[in-house]
Design a binder for this molecule. Structure first.
Ligand SMILES: CC(C)(COP(=O)(O)OP(=O)(O)OC[C@H]1O[C@@H](n2cnc3c(N)ncnc32)[C@H](O)[C@@H]1OP(=O)(O)O)[C@@H](O)C(=O)NCCC(=O)NCCS
Length: 183
């Protein structure tokens, strides 16, 4: 399975989302999450023209995966700093566990770096994100909402020393707090 996964992920092309991809991106998120919540969140951020990085994974002309990075603010007041946060990300159920997600994370983190970003957060599964170099954020004094989320909250430094002096609450765009109803 490992070899076929590797060859599939090599065939998959990861590229920037372009105009016209929105419907396919919505469908990928809806299928992967088995509901519309994350799909609507992605639509809302796009509508608001938020400075996100949105990438799609394409296989034989079909969009089979998606990853989004959005702007977050760390800390408060005049010491607050900007960073990026990964999520949501999704791969269609029938092609999961074939390294498409890994390719999306790696390409997305590189796109953040190319844009001059130096810190990326993610709220997600503790077994998945550390393999890409994400480390627990809580012990570094960086939290999402409350310490309750510490086991799932990770950070990756894209440039040595970028986390120096960065601490406090990490706030996502308010759209993440809006109820996105699942119809
Ligand atoms: C999470 C997700 C994007 C990963 O994509 P993928 O193409 O399956 O990932 P990869 O093939 O690169 O990596 C597979 C690994 O991810 C792990 N994994 C997959 N889905 C996971 C999940 N929901 N939680 C934890 N780990 C998961 C598997 O254990 C696997 O590890 P292994 O190969 O060592 O067993 C995909 O499974 C998905 O769309 N899940 C549903 C939506 C979701 O939960 N998104 C993430 C939260 S924003």
């Amino acid at each position: 399975m490992k070899n076929s996964s590797e060859s599939l992920s090599q065939t998959v092309k990861v590229r920037r989302e372009t105009a016209g991809d929105a419907k396919a991106v919505f469908a990928v998120n809806r299928h992967a999450f088995d509901g519309d919540v994350e799909a609507k969140l992605v639509d809302r951020l796009r509508e608001l023209g938020e400075p996100t990085i949105s990438l799609v994974a394409e296989l034989d002309g079909r969009i089979v995966g998606h990853i989004l990075f959005s702007r977050v603010t760390v800390g408060s007041g005049q010491d607050s700093r900007n960073a990026m946060a990964l999520g949501p990300m999704a791969v269609v159920p029938e092609l999961q566990r074939r390294r498409i997600g890994s390719k999306l994370v790696e390409t997305g983190v590189e796109a953040c770096r190319e844009r001059g970003e130096n810190v990326v957060f993610v709220l997600g599964h503790p077994k998945y994100y550390p393999r890409f170099g994400f480390q627990p954020a809580g012990p570094k004094g960086l939290h999402f909402h409350s310490t309750e989320f510490d086991p799932y909250f990770f950070v990756k430094e894209l440039e040595a020393g970028a986390l120096a002096g960065m601490c406090g609450m990490v706030r996502y765009h308010t759209v993440f707090d809006e109820p996105q109803t699942d119809e």
